[in-house]
Design a protein around this ligand. Structure first.
Ligand SMILES: [Zn+2]
Length: 250
């Protein structure tokens, strides 16, 4: 079997003396783990195309037990991300989440576009890092099948209240009168508007808004709590990111 697809290298580890195992988030086949032979030799023709956080055109074949990289042509490398520890740590977290939520063996274009857009914004410093993180978390939850119901209060259908409440498990929204008081987080008008903006826009537009610093903190915290509650997972890479940014409280 032979696969030709574009994708981004989201994880790597050495194997043997000269090889690496790379995890690629591909457009057509979701997550693929493949062996890149001889790439720890600096003269390898594969070297640039299989580097971490590099977006490449891959040719991959299936050996008896493993996928093996035949060729990898670099399209874009996000050096600016690799050069800043905080950004690198955030991308490791993005990688863990995609490995957990992206399909294997089927198309995964939405995840790939999300990853590439996030990397681009981080690389160019176009958006606050906590905004990029939060939008990534909400979009990846959506693509993983965990979209909240943000249209209106689940009980009375009211669209807006001074505060609305998001149930982290069910993804339902409640107004102040109908909140249950358990497992819910309050969303201010600004934060709810940001949530809706992210969910009601395609990824290329979903980062296109701004928040004041207090609302951004609340938005960022709510997005993270929502993703973690929905996936019911703990990500060590998230703890690592927080230890670097000084936000680690675990
Ligand atoms: Zn209500």
């Amino acid at each position: 079997m032979h696969i030709a697809t574009d994708g981004i290298v989201i994880k790597e580890r050495p194997i043997g003396e000269k090889d690496k195992v790379i995890t690629i988030l591909t457009r057509t086949e979701g997550i693929i783990e493949a062996i890149a032979r001889g790439v720890r030799n600096t003269k390898s023709r594969l070297l640039s195309g299989v580097s971490l956080f590099t977006y490449s055109d891959f040719s991959i074949y299936k050996g008896k037990t493993n996928f093996i990289i035949d060729s990898a042509e670099e399209k874009t490398s996000f050096y600016g991300v690799s050069a800043a520890l905080e950004k690198t740590a955030l991308c490791f977290y993005f990688s863990s989440v995609c490995i957990s939520l992206s399909p294997s063996g089927e198309e995964s274009e939405a995840f790939l576009r999300l990853f590439l857009n996030s990397l681009y914004l981080l690389e160019k410093d176009l958006k606050d890092i906590s905004l990029v993180k939060a939008v990534f978390e909400l979009k990846v939850a959506e693509y993983g099948g965990f979209s909240p119901s943000l249209t209106a209060c689940s009980v009375c259908g009211v669209y807006e209240d001074n505060k609305m409440f998001l149930n982290l498990r069910s993804g339902e929204l409640f107004c102040d009168s109908h909140k249950r008081g358990m497992g819910e987080i309050p969303l201010s008008k600004k934060v709810l508007t940001a949530f809706r903006f992210v969910y009601f826009n395609e990824i290329e537009r979903a980062f296109g808004f701004q928040l004041d610093s207090l609302s951004l903190r609340q938005f960022s915290s709510a997005a993270e709590m929502y993703l973690l509650a929905q996936t019911n997972e703990k990500f060590k890479t998230l703890d690592f990111f927080k230890s670097i940014t000084g936000k680690y409280d675990g």
